[in-house]
Design a protein around this ligand. Structure first.
Ligand SMILES: [Zn+2]
Length: 98
């Protein structure tokens, strides 16, 4: 009995070293921090989060943390909406020319 359990543990250790052979299709998780709690889901290739930032940008620190943690087991999804960047003010370079 113990030898078969030891064999399973050894196999589990090998599997843990081969995350590329695992695909996650669904995931539910909860982030708890201080006084806040956010539910994160990965279903049908799409991330969801209950935090306010995700609503505006379709990505957030919670989904990015799970993408980083799970690595290649779930595809990394780029935000579909790009936030507006800060206004660019060009500086005059006339004083730098020699
Ligand atoms: Zn979030």
């Amino acid at each position: 009995m113990y030898s078969s359990l030891i064999g399973k543990i050894e196999k589990a250790l090998r599997y843990a070293m081969e995350p590329h052979q695992v695909s996650i299709h669904q995931l539910l998780a909860t982030f708890r921090r201080d006084h806040s709690e956010y539910d994160v889901a990965y279903v049908d290739g799409k991330w969801q989060c209950t935090c306010a930032f995700f609503e505006g940008y379709t990505t957030c620190s919670h989904t990015m943390a799970l993408q980083r943690t799970l690595g290649m087991m779930v595809p990394e999804e780029l935000p579909t909406r790009v936030p507006p960047g800060p206004a660019v003010h060009k500086k005059s370079c006339s004083g730098l020319q020699s």
